[in-house]
Design a protein around this ligand. Structure first.
Ligand SMILES: [Zn+2]
Length: 586
């Protein structure tokens, strides 16, 4: 798909009244210059969701989400940017521009479209087969696994009969080409050149996008000696295993409402948990979560509960998923199941009530790991304590949030019976060693943004001229290391290109930065006297950072005994120069 021209998007946003759009979903009341309502993205009883009509943005003081009208549609409708543009254009009767597509783009789009259609046709045929006489045995198997007809229908379960090429002939008859069926992975070419159905004699589980379109299939063996037990669609232009979370199409609304997701491993775990009334569930399908899957989940929640078989805990895919989620800043809880049970077998034995109790008594993953490690070492011996710390320090090093890491350090010190200073120092080392191992999300908390940055950002939205003038006097290095640095830097660059507007700024920033801007801009006033003061303060901060760096280098040289020498002289001269610059700015 081609991109919409920026001019079109800018015009569209001018025409689309953000209050009108949001009022389709949220009832808003005018209070002062803003509109207020109950936030649709988190449950609340008193309104902390604000919309600024003139500046075209919304912000929630409760959960921190914010952005422009397109961001609102993306989040609320759970769609991508291009679809949000289309939806908004439709809402205001604006014609979409002719998209300039290269022939190749056009061909790709057409192929993907056909792939979706062929999957839809195949899914319908598999369902038909399950309902037919030939499917009787598999229907019984499904029933014996405790999956009701309603759940089977919700999951779209089907049956691939034993025939060599029944699906192939059906789909060819429907007008799909053999090349397309091969591309979709629904048929396979054997070494001898014959072409047969990929799924034969299998229970079929459709795998969907979160919008509900079928993009692949999982096929489970129906005979005990049939190999492999699970056979999956290959990767295709519409399906990538590492980017798909099984079941999200059915569970995304429940996840958002209940504010957490239950993560299970297999299709049948999913079916049981879903059927037991816990509809906010997704399955990783046996492998550890990928960063892309975690990002997908983040659109709906940042809290996950895993059900564990204690034998499998601390190792394998489930443990890797936990670590990935913790490293990505998720709150992760573990609901421990009896040894040998998975959610599928457990719910069939103890029912939804039993499972609800396990969920209720779930413990934070880090606590769980601590308890487990503590139980497996003899903490009365020095050796045991050292081993225990050795196990836990790498875990601590991967916790992205400093406050959370601190709490973990306290608990760790308590268990190992050492002072927390020792543990903290060791954790700092572990953090340094681990840096770069995981993708670390930098979420500047509000407190880290200086008052001067806040002032400039507020003014950028409400009185841009002053702020832009002050920013024009700053250099790139002045923005380095500031929590709001990327925002100010981008505003300055947009202005240099004569392309600055608050809307253009919001559109080009990352989600995290957008939230920072909308949070600051939603405050009633700037809390600063003028933009030039703010600019001077940022300039001074930059020179202070430089002075500190020079001082560190001087200290280092003195420590190694290089008290004389050119290098030191040069540093002292530079330090003096920097101090003068700082004083000139006070
Ligand atoms: Zn909110």
């Amino acid at each position: 798909m081609g991109l919409f021209p920026q001019r079109f998007i800018d015009d569209l946003k001018q025409q689309a009244d953000i209050v009108v759009v949001i009022q389709d979903y949220v009832s808003l009341k005018k209070t002062g210059a803003n509109y207020k309502g109950l936030c649709p993205f988190h449950g609340e009883k008193t309104p902390s969701f604000q919309v600024n009509r003139d500046k075209g943005f919304f912000h929630c003081f409760g959960c921190g989400v914010g952005g422009d009208v397109l961001k609102f549609l993306e989040l609320h409708e759970k769609i991508g940017f291009a679809d949000a543009v289309k939806l908004l254009a439709q809402r205001f009767g604006v014609a979409l521009p002719e998209m300039e597509q290269s022939d190749e783009q056009h061909a790709n789009a057409a192929e993907r479209e056909t792939l979706l259609k062929v999957h839809e046709a195949a899914a319908a045929w598999f369902r038909q087969q399950l309902a037919s006489n030939a499917g009787a045995r598999v229907r019984r198997q499904i029933e014996n696994r405790g999956v009701s007809d309603a759940t089977s229908a919700a999951l779209g379960l089907g049956y691939a009969p034993t025939s060599r090429d029944a699906l192939k002939s059906t789909l060819l008859q429907q007008g799909f080409s053999q090349a397309m069926l091969l591309r979709a992975g629904l048929i396979v070419q054997r070494d001898d050149g014959t072409v047969v159905d990929r799924f034969r004699s299998r229970l079929i589980i459709p795998i969907c996008r979160d919008t509900g379109s079928v993009i692949a299939f999982g096929g489970r063996a129906v005979d005990p000696d049939q190999q492999p037990k699970y056979l999956n669609s290959p990767e295709t232009p519409i399906y990538s295993k590492g980017r798909t979370l099984y079941g999200l199409n059915l569970s995304k609304n429940a996840i958002r409402q209940r504010k957490f997701a239950i993560l299970v491993e297999g299709y049948f775990d999913f079916a049981q948990v879903y059927q037991a009334g816990f509809q906010g569930v997704v399955a990783s399908c046996g492998t550890a979560l990928t960063p892309q899957q975690v990002q997908q989940l983040r659109r709906f929640t940042s809290k996950v509960v895993l059900s564990f078989d204690p034998d499998a805990a601390g190792q394998g895919a489930a443990a890797k998923s936990c670590e990935m989620l913790v490293a990505e800043g998720f709150a992760v809880n573990v609901a421990v199941l009896p040894a040998g049970d998975d959610p599928d077998t457990f719910i069939r034995k103890r029912g939804s009530q039993g499972y609800a109790e396990r969920l209720e008594h779930s413990t934070p993953y880090l606590e769980y790991l601590l308890d487990r490690a503590a139980a497996s070492h003899n903490l009365n011996s020095d050796e045991g304590r050292v081993k225990f710390l050795g196990d836990m320090l790498p875990v601590a090093g991967r916790i992205p949030d400093a406050a959370m890491r601190d709490r973990f350090a306290d608990r760790l010190a308590f268990k190992a019976r050492v002072t927390d200073d020792v543990v903290r120092a060791e954790i700092r080392k572990a953090v340094v060693q681990k840096q770069g191992t995981f993708t670390r999300r930098e979420v500047p908390s509000f407190g880290q943004v200086t008052k001067a940055e806040k002032g400039l950002i507020w003014l950028l939205v409400h009185q841009p001229a002053d702020s832009l003038e002050a920013l024009a006097a700053l250099d790139d290095v002045d923005f380095e290391g500031l929590a709001g640095g990327r925002i100010l830097d981008l505003a300055q660059k947009l202005n240099e290109d004569k392309g600055f507007s608050p809307a253009a700024l919001l559109e080009r920033l990352t989600d995290v930065d957008v939230q920072l801007v909308t949070a600051i801009a939603s405050e009633a006033e700037a809390h600063v006297r003028d933009a030039h003061d703010c600019g001077r303060i940022l300039k001074r901060l930059r020179w202070e950072r430089e002075r500190a760096a020079i001082q560190r280098e001087i200290d280092r040289l003195q420590e190694v005994g290089a008290l004389e020498g050119e290098k030191l002289q040069e540093l002292l001269v530079r330090k003096y120069d920097v101090i003068q610059r700082i004083e000139a700015l006070i």
